[in-house]
Design a protein around this ligand. Sequence first.
Ligand code: GLU
Length: 448
Amino acid sequence: MLGDYMSLQNPFECAMKQLQNAYSVLKKSKVKSQKSKVELQSKIEILKQPQRIINVTIPVKMDDGALRIFQGYRVQYNNARGPYKGGIRFHPQVSLDEVKALSFWMAMKCAVADLPLGGGKGGIIVDPKTLSAGELERLSRGYARAIADCIGPDRDVPAPDVNTNGIIMGWMVEEYIKVKSEKLKVKSEEKDKLRATFTGKLMKDGGSEGREEATGLGGLYVLQTILAKLNQQSATSNQQLIVAVQGFGNVGYNIAKFLSDAGFTIVAVSDSKGGIYVPEGLNPALTLDCKKKNGTLAGCYCSGSVCDLKRGKPITNEELLELPVDILVPAALESVITKDNAARIKAKVILEMANGPTTPEADEILFKCAVTVIPDILANSGGVTVSAFEWEQNLKSEHWSKEEVNRKLKKKMEAATTSVWDASLRFSTSLRTAAFVVALERILQAMV
Ligand code: GLU
């Protein structure tokens, strides 16, 4: 399991350290009067805790007739800029502190991407790959029912995250609309608007063109923008750059595919069962076919692994991080780059497609080693950006073409990347601290 090598570092402590770093920069640069100093400090105090934590138990009738009770959370971190927004994760290692960290990062991510949304996140403690399709559906519907009173298009808008997808969003949105219709008289056009409560849906349920691959495509746009800026500084070329991608779920696969299509060479990929290193380069689409060939678990998860490709050299997830590559893309879980392995990383650029893959201690080491870390709240913000487009289309009963969605996504990603890059020059900080500064400035302004 990827989770097996998660460091002991608490993700919420990491998140709060990042907040502290950005606050220190803001404090030095901005605050003139004593009054504004106190105001800034009190707003930061508010941002050290989520606004609301929803703790739910979900009873599920298992196929053998037994009842199992699952533990779930929804954390609504901050809504100063708009309704809470963020995915729902199904994983055996979900914890309240993890969901708190992820919801905080969502608030920051939506602000960096300049979306009219706040931050939230949900999770259920479960290994979904051990469930049958029926059990997975009953669990998903049970969770939607449990949080139904706290969500809605103008309150909190969940989406997919690790181990959840469009099929699961479809069950959840249907269940949510059912609950609302039982309690209130909902007209059919209002029911359509209620679909905006969940994003990342399949097209048949009101999803958006381009949502499934948006996180990967957004990552490509962010990376290309940063490389162009780095090249201006160093006058080097990024032809034939070599890349390793950790994680081969929706995000890992799509970023590998977009990078490969754009001319980068993908030499290593991995998933929860291990990885492969193919120095001459591999084809991400063929690797996915191979992972899919043995069918699915619960109708949702590939039962195979990238290792089934039987090419190159088998490697562990830890070894992948230290390969001699130009660009490293962590696209799985948090806290995989820590003080213990940061100095051994050879990549010059890290594109964080996972949430929270690098701990603050590792960040310091990488900064000293002149590694450019493109932070998660910027690098993977393409997903929530197209989620925001889906929400907007549902609310306005519109349908945007894939070209239109991708054009709008590119514009948003380039604008966000330029704001972060400029802030890093203005404050002489890492891109991470710059991204938090940009986000904080926007959130602080919206807080009353
Ligand atoms: N789970 C994704 C993330 O971490 C997407 C969230 C969304 O679309 O709301 O950014």
